[in-house]
Write a protein that binds this ligand. Sequence first.
Ligand code: NAD
Ligand code: 13P
Length: 349
Amino acid sequence: DSKSRVTIVGSGNWGSVAAKLIASNAIKLPSFHDEVRMWVFEEVLPNGEKLTDVINKTNENVKYLPGIKLGRNVVADPDLENAVKEANMLVFVTPHQFMDGICKKLDGKIRGEVEAISLVKGMEVKKEGPRMISSLISKQLGINCCVLMGANIANEIALEKFSEATVGYRESKEIADTWVQLFSTPYFMVTPAHDVEGVELCGTLKNVVAIAAGFVDGLEMGNNTKAAIMRIGLREMKALSKLLFPSVNDCTFFESCGVADLITTCLGGRNRRVAEAYAQNGGKRSFDELEAEMLQGQKLQGVSTAKEVYEVLKHNGWLEMFPLFATVHQICIGRLKPEAIVHYREYKA
Ligand code: NAD
Ligand code: 13P
């Protein structure tokens, strides 16, 4: 069978939009099977129905992307192993904290020539140091893994408003081009970049800056302060990326995955919104509580990424070089007040 079969592992807000983009291309392009499988972490809705059944009946993810048709060729499947077994192209798109468990479940289950791409923004921290999600997938499953990151607030792309994204790849430009083809639509312009670590670190680290931007909004500090926070944040994103992976390319920060994603997330993302509420409440209500109340099952990545980044900085003796990253974590855990987001003098920045 020369046609490729695609499975999407994940079905949250962005996962559902990825399914819509891919389904619209799979049905058009002769090199792909029409059917696109989407693994759904099963849950029972308040009316007693299973989410998977509702998606398959209505063609909508009523919980995570209500009001948007995914495409008739999307089939929701609650069984992870079954969902991936026929696929030779795997798209990973879940909140990053679940990826370790998912990879463990899939260990030894992936056979043949399989390519993967990660849309997951986040990292893990192990004793050996930080591990990006694409390398978790790659190492645990023994497959090549590209990444797709960009200025991509899912709900806007669901409405087919124009945006861009970057596919980061390690070796094969040909494989990157296949992913570009699978995701590209007239309203979603995808560009390849030969810098998988740079692209993934941009997508991951900007979530920490978005938390800082949310504090600035919650404290009504204004546009200049927010721009300053974004600039300092971008500088720290670049510096840390290069310390972790010296191969990271400066140009990557000017792609959609870099400065554009930083801007959109600091203006309109969930990390920003919940951090704004945290600051408005003077840090008295926890992020967990606000996340559950405001996001209704969707997940923040910035708070846990700030903790993971902090561990990396501390372990390497780099805390003083990254005042913004370090301060965000200290505010998130209640050690500093939200106002500290602009107090940098205690650091030798
Ligand atoms: P989401 O925030 O909507 O998270 C909800 C998803 O997590 C649901 O599918 C839910 O079933 C799943 N889930 C809950 N508990 C689980 C468990 N124990 N195991 C496995 N899955 C579980 O997810 P999302 O918006 O699709 O985000 C996925 C990734 O994509 C994140 O890394 C995010 O940063 C990134 N991303 C999101 C957006 C966006 O606008 N939403 C845009 C670009 C990138
Ligand atoms: P939030 O998770 O903060 O909504 O950011 C979404 C995103 O990654 C946009 O590219």
